[in-house]
Design a protein around this ligand. Structure first.
Ligand code: SHN
Ligand code: NAI
Length: 626
């Protein structure tokens, strides 16, 4: 690589953006209108000493003056007022006088900004988002301030909740570490440990740390503990409700999302769902009118209390279908920007908007939930579930209200509508909603339909995968659905489709494993169908019940015998059927031991021909309870 390729070429024409520590610096704001009030707010936010020079003050400045946040010189500009000043912000409506002020400041080497003469400014203001110690500022370098405002809001809606708190917590930990290990020689050690911590843990978890956790982390740093293995109170909270017998804590070593990408996705999802505010028709029309008839500047003149009310109205009064496109053809975010205009520089007032996640509950045992699913279940306000979700899963839930859909025969559609509406109402109230689905939401879970419903109403859905029994039931029952030399394909089918019909069956292929979900009531016809399609009578099959749960059970047989066997043993729901030679690859452990001692049957773990010949697996041992 050439040096030109290695080192980036400066574009030029930008501003030098720094975080200026202006605490106690004396700023003189000239003018008493809304632009002055905005500047004053920013200066106070940076702990500057503020004097306003103007023959009049607007409402906000009068309020700040009464609260002794600012000094006020009730006069027009005179040169003498520049004495002892570190910075001047001119916000007057008189360009000639403004130019005069700028010239005088230049002579006195005072840093100056004039709101009405861009070209003469030493620096420009930026659109700013603030969340505690976090400040995000956007500059368009005086090209398009309104777009700076819009970009700032777009960025802010993408931030994970609790970002400011997470920064605070890391700040505390960082300074404690530097106190106990101040040596400049250990800079690399400090930096790499903290970097790993920040990269490895999700923003959500970092935001939840308390002083006790920070102390544990400090200890961990001292011992250079692996950040993936640190046990914290936060971690305990997450796992505390998991039932002991089902949770093997050793298996959930990693409770925190691995990468920042996951983190971003989770948190981003959480916030962008939240991201789109809702506006009812009359508010919408009202705001649309405002943009047409009143210049933005005048909207800004409203006082802060009024603006707060507008924000509340926007988030509470949301009714009806709202798509990403608003009536004016702009996005909903654009509408919100109109609203934000009213609050001008009040930084972080992104209204609290509901969010929804569709979560796969997996097989029914809490220890087979994903970390992300546990995380969502713990922070949810409302959980929409159905009767199929095993009770054990609910042990993970902290405080959420649980709504179980009343999906009884003949009422399924009405129950689905009811569930959707419950979700929508909660979203409009700004709640965190979780739609919990058994298995994986996209494998016969009808999640697609629900996503379309919520997204039609302006709420993007986060999707959290779950373990689907389609593959994992076989896995837990020692059936490798693919196995070299035995099976190289897997087909997932439903024993019972929407119109109560049997599925279409492909021609027999020796190396294909078939997995039928929802098959218990259709076992007989499904087996008949397979036989009709020339599947061999001796083809091994298994019924797998309650996979992954404490009452997991496997019933083995062949295509010709399984019906008879289950007529005796019965089938407990939920159950699925695995058809194919992969059923015979790994014998039950007891048989395995038996075959070890049996000289005539040795090499069981090879290909299916051998299995057939030696008949290693005793299929007459029809029921095996695990
Ligand atoms: C050079 C600069 C001043 C400086 O810093 O010296 C400047 C100059 C001017 N702004 C004008 C107009 C508007 N300014 C805003 C809004 C903001 N303006 C801000 C900064 C800056 N504005 C600096 C450049 C920063 C950059 O480009 O990145 C923001 C980011 C920060 C802040 O002010 O605190 C704040 C967003 C706050 C938020 O996000 O909340 C809006 C929209 C709105 O109100 O919503 C409009 C109307 C729409 C439009 O005109 O575009 C006019 C024309 C006046 C006229 O025509 O009469 C001038 C003068 C001119 O351009 O000559
Ligand atoms: N940078 C920005 O973001 C923007 C800048 N502007 C410009 O900023 C300026 C101020 O805007 P607003 O606050 O809306 O105007 P405004 O008209 O509400 O306020 C002007 C203030 O300056 C005071 N004033 C006028 N001459 C003065 C003097 N010689 N000495 C002391 N005080 C004096 C007035 O009493 C008044 O309080 C305008 O020129 C406007 O074009 C406008 C919009 C955005």
């Amino acid at each position: 690589m050439t040096a030109e390729q290695t080192y980036p070429e400066p574009q030029g024409g930008g501003s030098f953006i720094i975080a200026y520590r202006a605490k106690e610096k004396h700023v003189l704001v000239i003018g008493g209108g809304s632009v002055a009030a905005g500047r004053v707010f920013n200066a106070l936010d940076a702990d500057m000493r503020v004097t306003v020079l103007s023959p009049e003050l607007n409402q906000e400045l009068q309020y700040r003056y009464k609260k002794s946040q600012i000094k006020w010189i009730n006069d027009s500009f005179k040169e003498e007022y520049l004495d002892g000043v570190d910075m001047v912000l001119s916000t007057i409506d008189d360009p000639v006088e403004s130019k005069n002020i700028v010239d005088l400041c230049r002579q006195k080497s005072i840093f100056v900004n004039a709101a009405d003469i861009n070209d003469l400014c030493d620096f420009w203001f930026m659109s700013m988002h603030r969340d505690g110690p976090l400040q995000i500022a956007v500059s368009t370098n005086s090209r398009a301030p309104r777009l700076a405002n819009k970009i700032r809001l777009q960025i802010a809606t993408l931030l994970p909740q609790g970002t400011g708190k997470a920064i605070d917590n890391i700040g505390k930990l960082r300074s404690s570490i530097r106190k106990v290990d101040p040596s400049p020689n250990n800079s690399r050690k400090r930096m790499s440990w903290l970097t790993e911590l920040c990269d490895y843990w999700s923003m959500h978890h970092l935001s939840k740390l308390d002083q006790k956790d920070i102390n544990i982390l400090l200890e961990s740093y001292i011992h250079q503990a692996d950040v993936k293995k640190i046990q914290l109170k936060t971690r305990e909270n997450i796992t505390k409700n998991l039932s002991n017998e089902s949770l093997n804590t050793a298996n959930i070593d990693v409770l925190f999302e691995k990468t920042t990408i996951t983190d971003h996705k989770t948190d981003l999802a959480q916030n962008t769902l939240n991201g789109v505010p809702s506006i009812n028709d009359s508010t919408n029309a009202h705001l649309a009118d405002l943009t047409k008839t009143i210049p933005n500047r005048e909207i800004k003149l409203q006082n802060i209390q009024d603006n707060d009310i507008i924000i509340k109205n926007l988030s509470n009064k949301d009714v009806g279908a709202i798509s990403q496109k608003s009536v004016c053809g702009n996005s909903i975010l654009d509408k919100y920007l109109i609203n934000d205009n009213c609050i001008s520089r009040s930084n972080s007032n992104i209204p609290n908007r509901g969010s929804i996640a569709l979560i796969g509950a997996g097989l029914g045992s809490p220890d087979l939930l994903t970390i992300q699913a546990i995380d969502y279940l713990q922070k949810a306000d409302l959980i929409l579930a159905d009767r199929l979700i095993p009770k054990a899963i609910f042990s993970v839930i902290s405080n959420a209200e649980i709504f179980i859909a009343r999906k009884y025969p003949g009422l399924a559609d009405a129950a689905q509508n009811e569930l959707n509406e419950r979700g929508l109402i909660a979203l409009k109230e700004g709640k965190t909603v979780v739609r919990l689905k058994q298995g994986d939401p996209f494998v016969y879970g009808r999640a697609g339909e629900e996503i379309l419903f919520f997204e039609k109403h302006g709420y993007e859905c986060t999707i959290v995968p779950g373990l689907s029994s389609a593959l994992t039931a076989a896995c837990l029952n020692r059936i490798p659905v693919t196995h070299r030399g035995v099976a190289d394909q897997v087909l997932i089918l439903s024993g019972n489709n929407r119109f109560n019909q049997l599925p279409e069956i492909p021609n027999y292929l020796k190396t294909r494993t078939l997995v039928f979900l929802m098959v218990a009531k259709k076992l007989n016809p499904v087996c008949d169908l397979l036989l009709k399609h020339n599947y061999p009578l001796e083809l091994p099959v298994s019924i797998l019940e309650n996979a992954g749960c404490f009452n997991q059970k496997k019933i083995k047989g062949t295509l010709s015998t399984i019906n008879e066997i289950t007529q005796i043993s019965g089938i407990n729901l939920p159950a699925l059927l695995v058809v194919g030679w992969s059923n015979d690859v790994i014998p039950d452990f007891q048989n395995c031991i038996a075959s070890e001692t049996n000289a005539s049957s040795t090499n069981i773990n090879t290909d299916v021909c051998q299995l057939e010949e030696k008949n290693v697996i005793d299929r007459s041992l029809s029921v095996s309870v695990m």
